[in-house]
Write a protein of this length. Sequence first.
Length: 304
Amino acid sequence: MPSRKNRGNTQWTAWLTPVIVLACIAVFIVVMFINDCPKTVAGANGDCVPRFLRRFSFQPLRENPLLGPSSSTLEKMGALEWSKVVKGNEKWRLVSSMWLHAGIIHLVVNMFNVAVIGIRLEQQFGFIRVGLIYLIAGLGGSILSALFLQNSISVGASGALLGLLGAMLSELITNWTIYANKLAALFTILFIVAIDLAIGLLPRVDNFAHIGGFLTGFFLGFVLLVRPQYGWEESHNSTSHQYGAPRARSKYNPCQYFLFFIAAVLVVGGLAVGIVLLLKGENGNKLCKWCHHLDCIETSRWTC
């Protein structure tokens, strides 16, 4: 993570991120309780794994290799499904799906990354701004996913997680002057984002949620995570008590104002257009013929 040249900024206590992690874990436990694999799989416990967990055991690996519930249970609990959102008027699934996970592997990977990235951002910017980024980025990921993946269900906090990564990247860019080791941090963030988006090209991974969440969080970072430029605090303090002292530096530089305005327009406009297209029942694949390649690339080892 990048280190700041000036260290006078307040450090917040991170409590929202741990609450989000605990909430997702609690939701997963409830989902597994409702799933009740031994009751739905034929035979004495069937192929549920591991059997000693009984009601909380996972679906057979051939059905869910991520060690989790059945698709029907996820659908019942609020998974994102285009037909139910558009035709069934269940808009709440755009939000509920980001609290569900397909399996314990999916849950652990996502929550580890949410904790690492979210706590760092929350300590620097507080729970309100980080919470807004998490929720709005998750919504952006759900909207893009629903527009392009209309024949399958989708769950997971990946869109919100990529939103936090996107916000971390834009925060570094817009506050470029206050950081010391910025190039190393920039390449590190870009490398992590590239890996996440590359994983999204595999079958059964919702890369549209990744892309939508990342773009939403990236633009939100320019709006919500702006810091005063380097030297402003010292200049402001030194001139505020001195008569005839030189004028203090501007709190924000012109580039920050420009990025703030452009990003705000793109976030509001992008979400508005996405919601309108979704409610009209539009199919994103018809509007963008090549976009399906962003979600999955066929190889000799698998098909999409």
